[in-house]
Ligand binder design. Sequence first.
Ligand code: ZN
Length: 164
Amino acid sequence: MSVLTIRTFPDPVLRTPADAVGTGRRGLHRLVRDMFETLDDVGGVGLAAPQVGVGLRLFTFDVEGLRGYVIDPELRTHGELVTEPGEGCLSVPGLHYRPERSEEAVVTRVDAEGEPVEYRGRGLTARCFQHEVDHLDGMLFIDRLTGEDRRDSRRRLRDAAYGQ
Ligand code: ZN
């Protein structure tokens, strides 16, 4: 097992839509194990494969007592759009905002054996699922900001000192 390097803004892998995992792909168990070890090492709630430089549609999570991973996830959202709780991202260190997310989310598809999985959550868990699936589409949480938050994030990311 190994802790993987987390890619950070502006690494282009974070802006690249990930490929479907599909069936028969080798090395998935190891990748999932390493992603969990990396997530635990940094104490995060979610980690998507592109964040460790792997352009595949899968993510791991450990949020509010719910721990798991989903390969080729399908996301369904329900409920109102809410701005609480706020969020940050391991790949955009130091920035925290409150983008709108659906209050409830269900994520389905398969594990590394191809067996179906389903996880549902509200609040922070629902936010985590939506945030991680965005990563698989090459989207970051800062892309969902509007108004002053959007301007503020752009200013901070343009700053030459960001990431130093
Ligand atoms: Zn993130």
